[in-house]
Design a protein. Sequence first.
Length: 188
Amino acid sequence: MGEQQQDVIEVLVTDHREVEEMFTELETMVGAIGERPKTLAEQVVIELVRHSVAEEQFLYPAVREHVPGGDEEAEHEIAEHAEAEETMKRLEALEPGDNDFWPTLEELMRQIRHHIQDEENDLFPRLRAACTPEQLTELGAKVQRAKKVAPTRPHPSAPDTPPANKLLGPGTGLVDRIRDAISGRGRS
């Protein structure tokens, strides 16, 4: 059990780097069709939704509470999540062979990179200045727990069973199902 407790900023920056790695890999495939870009795009959506829900559950309430002007800041970040989520919803309906798949994915990457820059250059330093190391570590633990509840990562070695299969019934989109699974919505 000797694993080092990470503070919330370290946890979220690690997420950002993982997403950026997936973006970089997708950028090497632009225009490609087939299973790998689709699987990777789904993986990106899963990671982003897990990250967003954890931020909305724990990070933004802390920002509101501790950071001067935090309400406004949190509202801005939540609006950016909503915008990215609309893009993710469009993306999940597309296949790599569709005309809109790559442009939509590129739009998502642009939105998320902007959001990451915002957080890392502005929000995170302000949060670090406003909170004690203990508060940040406690938040880090909560965020990691929230993400563990989230759906598992897709398994690229089993492309014929998209990550969604086990968790997802028909009807609602991938984004909604992941969001519900994490937030516990719809559980009896």
